[in-house]
Design a protein around this ligand. Structure first.
Ligand code: PGA
Length: 251
């Protein structure tokens, strides 16, 4: 059976000191509790080593928010999947719409990143989702299908099993405009049907599909109640321990 997951995506927020303080608050607030989901925090690169060390005894897992599309070498400013893995992080967010839009990450670049993450035993949290214009034109299914085909449907079944998929409609990210639970369910079910066609029933049923986009403590319970919504990728509401823990406890 697939896992339920609540994952935080801190984006470019929090200094190292602030990030350590937030990590401690989340760890304290969740420790000893019988959580109904796995918890991941997606922190900036410079926080990774400190945060994984802090969480060594905790069940909370750590994710990077990106990795390079190259193995190593003369790529000033880049951080490789091997470096991320060497910190003790277990996950890597790949294909976030902010990376696709602001940093020109194409299907091909994302394919390389996913491959390198997997080679280094990182589980990719692979993000897909349509823009407002694409939804208004009724193209959301075609877009999401193309994003999967362009970057992850080349994987072997064994590789694909390592992935977490995050459906994040771009129009819902940071806008306060959450998808309705019906819209989320409809898309998640469609995504699962695509995985089913490509990899079969077992893998489709075992793949965790997260919803992201203005998910918060007020709407998480309703979203997570849908059969194909297996948790959330949380931006803004992951920056305050109380809000994030309330979302975790929505399960
Ligand atoms: P948001 O971001 O929760 O602030 O909308 C979600 C994300 O981009 O992962």
């Amino acid at each position: 059976m697939r896992k339920n997951i609540v994952a935080g995506n801190w984006k470019m927020n929090k200094t190292l000191t602030e990030g350590i303080a937030l990590t401690k608050e989340i760890a304290y607030a969740t420790s000893g509790k019988n959580l109904k989901c796995d918890v991941i925090i997606g922190v900036p690169f410079v926080h990774l080593a400190s945060v994984t060390e802090l969480l060594r005894e905790s069940s909370i897992k750590v994710s990077a928010q990106n990795c390079a599309d190259k193995v190593s070498g003369a790529y000033t400013g880049e951080v490789s999947a091997a470096m991320v893995a060497s910190t003790g992080a277990k996950y890597c967010i790949i294909g976030h719409s902010e990376r696709r839009t602001y940093y020109g990450e194409t299907y091909e670049i994302l394919k390389q990143k996913v491959a390198l993450a997997l080679e280094n035993n990182l589980k990719p949290i692979f993000c897909i989702g349509e823009t407002k214009e694409e939804r208004e034109a009724g193209n959301q299914n075609a877009i999401v299908k193309a994003q999967l085909e362009g970057s992850v449907f080349n994987l072997s079944p064994e590789e694909f099993k390592q992935l977490v998929i995050a459906y994040e409609p771009v129009w819902a990210i940071g806008t306060g405009l959450t998808a309705t639970s019906e819209q989320a369910q409809e898309m998640h079910s469609f995504i699962r049907s695509l995985i089913n066609e490509k990899y079969g029933d077992t893998i489709a049923n075992d793949t965790t599909i997260l919803y992201g986009g203005s998910c918060n403590s007020a709407n998480a319970k309703e979203l997570f109640s849908k059969p194909d919504v297996d948790g959330g990728l949380i931006g803004g509401a992951s920056l305050k321990a109380n809000d994030f823990v309330a979302i975790i406890e929505s399960f």
